[in-house]
Each structure stands twice: as structure tokens, then as C-alpha cells.
Design a protein around this ligand. Structure first.
Ligand code: SAM
Length: 521
């Protein structure tokens, strides 16, 4: 592959961490459905099409005893990733400039194979090879993560891709193509401005979404030559030809028909075949993208989730609460807990306390610790009774299937409050040297402004929250980073910078803690 012409060398892909691909998450889903996956800490992880390692490098940093292998066809992206690996002195990751087509079964077994944003963007021989690698190189209890564009949803997006591709065909450079793609979108948007037809409504919302994306995204995700969207059942068929089986979606709430509108959920729930069920749900939702987990077909999966399986997991409330704490002390006053799929309204005292306490946890709480918390906070002094009441009155597993609670197997390692010694990870410190985007302990991207960057750089193990304010002010002055007043004007006087830095640093440190950027002392 000539690096002067290969599209991912000419315009590199922005490589980010994807939380849903993290082995801890895959482990959780595998365990839920009856697999015995290898823990992340010691797993072998393969990423196909890893770009510059934005997803894989943090996975290597987080578990020095694991082994990560990433391959990509773009030499420039791989070189960029290798520089990071070298700077951080990581010994457990190998980033290789290699085509998927050249990956060999002799590479051995991997506990997790991640293939994000590749399958729909490569042609058939490579798609076949991806499935072959999964068949040959996946450990017995291993899990594959694969994402792809799906029909019927992509049918509509395809019409916009077709317009852009048609318009940019006579332009040569990526920059020209991106500019022209934007200009055709603008042109069409202007043309439909006063219309209120289904077509114009669709175009307007899609074009508005696309306009916010980077050139990079437009060029690769929409304008690459190959963009193969398929039905979910076709994807699973391809997996089955390779003796792989559908394990689950990355979000379990997407799999459960009870989360569909009431009018349809009962009827659709009668479908017993999980792939057919998923396909009909895609028809209803006009699904355009899927993130699917696969395992070997020999694994006997548990599709009959039981309420008490919840005991194995850490729980995190992911919805919003309607009502306030006062409702806890007023008999029969309702409290509602909702997300975009379900609403749970509770009136009895125990359920209100339980859901309220869960909603206040900043980190996932282990089920057993949640019971202990309820023992302390209610008058019920019997663990079994609390468990029984949780099952009867709340059915936390049902709430997990509704996506209002997320499940995880591993505790997360970060400080909830600024600790006495302020420290972020070596990876974050390295990312700060050249970017405003850093990877937090939840495997998410956090975007920082220039002032926040200055403070996070100081969280390198040498400062306490009490003393960081002064160092912060000195850095702001030395690096000429403007500190803004409430009215938007710049603070000029040095004394004022010192004074403000004291309390601004406290505010930002709390923000860092909330964003999982500070390590426990
Ligand atoms: C859309 S990007 C996705 C990158 C990354 N997985 C992500 O989701 O951010 C596709 C990547 O696949 C790589 N790729 C495409 N064909 C490949 C092949 N035959 N072998 C290895 N990598 C390939 C590209 O170089 C590019 O980095």
C-alpha cells in the first residue's frame, strides 16, 4: 500500500477510545449471557484496524499484565501510535503496520477481538478475512466486538452519501472533497428551507448532523469508496458461516422488545428467535448502525436472564430523577426515575429510598455493598429481606434491561474527590503535550479548554489541592494563558490572577474528579 495515496495515510483518522469496546464491558456482557471470559487484567486483546491506537493504547496502559496487538494498513497512523507506546515505555502492546489480509492463524488465541468501524468500510475479501480471523484466533470463551452500518436505516443516509459522492467526484484533494461535500449539503439545505415534507425534514436533520462533523469524519465515514450496509440477519448469517454466534448487542437495552413502544412490544415479544427478533426491532427503529458481540457457536448461551443474576454486578444509575429528596419523607409522594426508554414511578418508602440512594452513587456500586448501604439507611436489619424486597418491588435486572441501570463487573479506579496528592495517568500527561483531548479512567474522551489543560498538567503527583492554586497562577502567567472574568474580559493584574487561581483551581479539580481524571491517592 502506497502511503502517498492510501486515504488513511493522506488524511489520518482521529483515533479515540470507545467505551463500548473495552474488555471490561465485553466481559460483563459475556458473563451475563453465560460465557466465562478472561478478565481484562490478563487478557490477550487484538484490534483489527486500530488506527493510531487511541482505543488500544489506553487498554494496554490500564492493565500491564495483559497483551495487546493492534494492526492497521496505515503506516503513518501506526508510526504515530508507536511513538506514544515508546514514550510511555509500554511493554505489553504491539502496534503493527499490517493488512488484515496478512494476519495469520499462527498468531494464537485472543480473548477479545475488536473491530470497530472497519467491516462496512472494506470490500468483501477483507470482510471474509475478518470473520475468518475471528473464527481461527478467538479463544474458546473469547468475545468479538464488531460494528457495521445496517439497513434499513442506512438506506436513507446513503442518499446523502450518494449526493456528496456525485458532487465531489471531479475534485482531487481530500481538502477540496471535504469542502465541496459541505457546500453541496449547504446548497441542498437552502433549497429545502421552506418545505415541510417528510423528505425535507429528513434531509434537514441529517445535514445538520453532518455539518457538525470533522472533515476527517466526512471523508472516511461517508466518502470512502466502500460503504457496505447490510441487514442484521445478514451479518449474523456471515458470522454463522464462520461458526460464530450472536452473543449480544453492546447495549443490552437495545435487545429487549419490552423497551419498544407499548403498541408493538407485546406482538414483537412473541418472536422467539433472537436474530429474527433483533431484525424486526431494526425495522421498527430504522436501525442504521450496530455494535454486535459474537462468540464461538459451540458456547451454550443463557438467554433466560434471572433476577438474582444482578448479585454478580456493580450497578450504576443512568437516568434522571423527577421529584426531590423531600418525597422520601412523605408517604405516597411519588418519585420517578426515567430514561428515554422507561419510566419507573415509585411511591412506597423502601423503593424510593433504594432508587434514590442508587441514583446518588457517583461510581458503580457492587450489589453486595448496595445491600449494606440499604441496611444502614433503612430500618430493615435483614440482608435477605432487603434482597427479597429489591427483587419483588424493583426488579433491578428489569431496570438494567431498560438501560436505566448499567451493569459492570470491575470496579473503576479513580478519585471521586480531589485527593491529597493530585495525579492523573501517564497517558493523560502524554496526551496533554499535543492535544486538548484526553482519555479518562472510564475509557472516554474528555475535551479540555486551555485553562483546564494547564491545571491538569500540574496534576502530576507533586501538588496537593491546598497548594496547587499558586503553581497554577504561575503557569498561567508564564504560558500567557488568559484567564477570563465573568463578563468575558481578560484578567490583567497578576495579583488578581493569583487570587482567582485559588478558587478556580478548586472548581476545576472537582470537575476533573467528576470526569474520572484523577487517580486515588
Ligand atoms: C474508519 S477507520 C476506524 C479506525 C478505528 N478502528 C476507529 O474506530 O476509530 C478504519 C481503519 O481501518 C484501517 N484499515 C482499512 N483496511 C484495512 C486492512 N485491510 N488492514 C488493516 N487495516 C485496515 C484503516 O487504515 C483505518 O485506520
Amino acid at each position: 500500500m502506497d502511503s502517498n495515496t492510501y486515504s488513511y495515510d493522506v488524511t489520518q483518522y482521529e483515533s479515540f477510545p470507545y467505551k463500548q469496546t473495552h474488555p471490561n464491558h465485553l466481559y460483563t456482557l459475556g458473563s451475563l449471557f453465560g460465557l466465562k471470559p478472561k478478565p481484562y487484567a490478563t487478557a490477550r486483546i487484538l484490534e483489527l484496524g486500530c488506527a493510531s491506537g487511541g482505543n488500544l493504547i489506553p487498554m494496554a496502559c490500564g492493565a500491564p499484565e495483559n497483551e495487546c496487538v493492534g494492526i492497521d494498513l496505515s503506516i503513518k497512523q501506526i508510526e504515530e501510535g508507536r511513538q506514544v507506546v515508546q514514550s510511555l515505555g509500554l511493554k505489553n502492546i504491539d502496534l503493527r503496520h499490517q493488512s488484515i489480509l496478512d494476519f495469520h492463524a499462527s498468531e494464537g488465541q485472543f480473548d477479545y477481538i475488536i473491530c470497530h468501524g472497519i467491516y462496512s468500510w472494506v470490500d468483501e475479501p477483507i470482510r471474509n478475512k475478518i470473520m475468518q480471523i475471528c473464527r481461527e484466533n478467538l479463544a474458546e470463551q473469547g468475545i468479538v466486538f464488531m460494528s457495521y452500518n445496517t439497513l434499513p436505516g442506512w438506506n436513507m443516509v446513503k442518499s446523502i452519501r450518494d449526493m456528496m459522492k456525485y458532487h465531489v467526484q471531479s475534485f482531487n484533494t481530500p481538502q477540496e472533497k471535504a469542502t465541496q461535500a459541505r457546500s453541496i449539503l449547504k446548497f441542498i439545505l437552502a433549497g429545502i428551507k421552506d418545505q415541510k415534507t417528510p423528505y425535507s425534514n429528513f434531509l434537514e436533520s441529517e445535514i445538520n448532523l453532518l455539518s457538525k462533523q470533522s472533515d476527517n469524519y466526512l471523508l472516511h465515514d461517508h466518502l470512502e469508496d466502500v460503504n457496505h450496509a447490510l441487514y442484521f440477519y445478514e451479518f449474523v448469517e456471515h458470522a454463522k458461516q464462520n461458526r460464530l454466534n450472536y452473543l449480544s448487542d453492546t447495549e443490552i437495552s437495545h435487545m429487549f422488545p419490552a423497551n419498544l413502544p407499548a403498541g408493538i412490544s407485546q406482538e414483537i415479544s412473541k418472536i422467539t428467535d433472537i436474530v429474527r427478533l433483533g431484525q424486526y426491532m431494526d425495522f421498527v427503529r430504522n436501525q442504521r448502525f450496530r455494535q454486535t458481540l459474537l462468540c464461538h457457536e459451540s458456547i451454550v448461551l443463557n438467554r433466560n436472564l434471572q433476577t438474582d443474576q444482578i448479585m454478580d454486578f456493580h450497578l450504576k444509575f443512568e437516568g434522571v430523577v423527577e421529584g426531590d429528596e423531600n418525597a422520601l419523607s412523605v408517604d405516597e409522594a411519588p418519585l420517578s426515575f426515567k430514561n428515554n426508554l422507561i419510566t419507573l414511578t415509585v411511591k412506597n418508602h423502601f423503593s424510593k429510598i433504594a432508587m434514590w440512594l442508587l441514583s446518588q452513587q457517583k461510581k458503580p456500586i457492587f450489589y453486595g455493598d448496595f445491600i449494606s448501604l440499604l441496611l444502614r439507611e433503612t430500618k430493615i436489619q435483614d440482608r435477605n429481606k432487603i434482597q427479597h424486597m429489591l427483587n419483588q418491588e424493583l426488579n433491578l435486572m428489569r431496570l438494567a434491561l431498560g438501560g436505566i441501570i448499567t451493569l459492570s463487573c470491575e470496579p473503576l479506579h479513580y478519585a471521586l474527590k480531589p485527593p491529597t496528592t493530585l495525579r492523573s495517568t501517564p497517558l493523560v500527561q502524554h496526551q496533554l503535550l499535543r492535544s486538548s483531548l484526553v482519555t479518562n479512567q472510564r475509557h472516554e474522551v474528555v475535551r479540555l479548554n486551555t485553562v483546564e489543560k494547564v491545571l491538569l498538567k500540574l496534576c502530576n503527583g507533586t501538588h496537593s489541592p491546598q497548594h496547587i492554586g499558586r503553581a497554577f497562577a504561575e503557569k498561567l502567567i508564564a504560558e500567557k494563558v488568559p484567564l477570563l472574568k465573568e463578563d468575558g474580559s481578560i484578567v490583567q493584574e497578576k495579583e488578581e490572577i493569583y487570587r482567582r487561581s485559588e478558587y478556580i483551581s478548586k472548581e476545576i479539580l472537582n470537575l476533573f474528579a467528576g470526569n474520572a481524571l484523577l487517580l486515588d491517592a
